[in-house]
Design a protein around this ligand. Structure first.
Ligand SMILES: O=C(O)CCC(=O)C(=O)O
Length: 302
C-alpha cells in the first residue's frame, strides 16, 4: 500500500516502518538504531543516581551472596523520581511502542532500571515477562542500554517464542528459583542452553542510543548470565500496554504489585485505567485509518 507523506515522515522520524512492524510481529523483538536521544539518556542516568541515593518500595538487590559486584534493580520509580516522571511521557517512547504493537493508544505500565556491575554473575535468567505481571493483551518492553554492550553482556531472545501460545513459570532474577506460579497454565521454562541449536536465537551488539523492543511473551535472558559481566551495564526499560490490555491478577506471586495497582484505583478484570499507568500516546485519527488499512493489507502469515 502506498503510504501518505505524513505517515512516511512519521515512521521515518521514529525509525519504525512496515518492515520493522512485521519483524516485531514475527520475531517478537527488534533492534532500533539511534532511536534514543541524548536527553533521554541523560534523564535515565540522573534517575538511576537518584534511586541509588534514595531507593523506593520496589528496589531489589539481587547481588550474589558474598559478592562485591552488585546486581540491582528498581521498578515503578517515576512517582518519586522526577527524571523518570519526565521520561515516561517523553517522545518517541510511547509512539515506538504504539506503532510496533499497532495500537490505538498506549499506557506506560512500568519503568524499571537494572545495574549489573563488572564482575557480577547474577543476571536475568531465561524468562518471558508476562507471568510477572497481571496483564493480558498486547504489551511490549523498550530496553535502553546506557552503556554500549557487546552481545555477551546484552540480551538473547528466542525468535518467535511469543507465538508459541505458552506461559512459563517466572524465575527469580538471582538464584533462578521459580516463583510459585500455580495452575496448569504455567510450564517450566525449557532448558534452552542445553539445546541451543534447537532454537533460533537472536542477539545484538548495542550502542548507546539504540534500543531493543520486545513482546511481553518473547523468551529472553542476559546472554552471559552466570558468567561475570565484562563491563558495568546500566539499562532502563519501559513497559507499555496497548488498548486491548486487561488487568487480571494472576495469584499469590504477583500480590504485592496487584495490590499496589488496586490501591492506585485500577479495577480488576478491566482495561488499564489508574494514575500509576498513565496513557502516554494516542494514534492520530488520520494514522488510525491508514494503519488499520495497512494491517488488513499486510496480514503476517505465521
Ligand atoms: O537488562 C537486564 O539486565 C534484564 C532485562 C530483562 O530481562 C527484562 O526487562 O525483562
Amino acid at each position: 500500500m502506498k503510504k501518505s507523506m505524513s505517515e512516511m515522515q512519521k515512521a521515518e522520524a521514529i525509525g519504525v516502518d512496515a518492515n520493522l512492524i512485521r519483524a516485531y510481529q514475527e520475531d517478537g523483538v527488534v533492534c532500533l538504531r539511534d532511536a534514543i536521544s541524548d536527553e533521554v539518556l541523560k534523564l535515565a542516568h540522573e534517575g538511576i543516581e537518584q534511586n541509588l541515593r534514595s531507593p523506593g518500595q520496589f528496589f531489589r538487590d539481587h547481588t550474589e551472596p558474598g559478592s562485591s559486584h552488585r546486581y540491582l534493580f528498581e521498578y515503578w520509580t517515576w512517582p518519586h523520581t522526577p527524571p523518570f516522571a519526565e521520561l515516561i511521557r517523553r517522545p518517541p517512547l510511547g509512539e515506538i511502542a504504539g506503532t510496533l504493537m499497532q495500537a490505538n493508544h498506549v499506557h506506560m505500565v512500568m519503568d524499571n532500571w537494572f545495574l549489573r556491575e563488572a564482575g557480577a554473575r547474577s543476571a536475568a535468567p531465561w524468562h518471558h515477562d508476562e507471568p510477572y505481571f497481571d496483564f493480558e493483551g498486547s504489551l511490549c518492553v523498550i530496553w535502553i542500554p546506557l552503556e554500549s554492550a557487546p552481545r555477551e553482556d546484552g540480551l538473547t531472545f528466542v525468535r518467535g517464542s511469543h507465538r508459541w501460545g505458552k506461559l512459563f513459570v517466572a524465575p527469580e532474577f538471582s538464584a533462578n528459583v521459580p516463583f510459585s506460579c500455580t495452575g496448569d497454565a504455567y510450564q517450566s521454562v525449557p532448558d534452552i542452553d542445553a539445546e541451543r541449536k534447537a532454537y533460533d536465537l537472536l542477539s545484538w551488539d548495542v550502542n548507546v542510543g539504540d534500543c531493543l523492543v520486545f513482546d511481553f511473551r518473547t523468551l529472553h535472558c542476559v546472554s552471559n548470565k552466570g558468567a561475570p559481566a565484562k563491563e558495568t551495564q546500566r539499562r532502563v526499560t519501559f513497559r507499555f500496554g496497548a488498548d486491548d490490555v486487561i488487568f487480571s491478577p494472576r495469584g499469590e506471586w504477583t500480590k504485592e504489585t496487584s495490590d499496589f495497582l488496586i490501591g492506585h484505583g485500577q479495577h480488576v478484570n478491566s482495561p488499564l485505567g489508574c494514575d500509576i499507568i498513565p496513557q502516554v500516546w494516542t494514534r492520530a485519527r488520520s494514522q488510525t485509518n491508514e494503519a488499520s488499512v495497512e494491517v488488513r493489507n499486510k496480514q503476517v502469515n505465521i
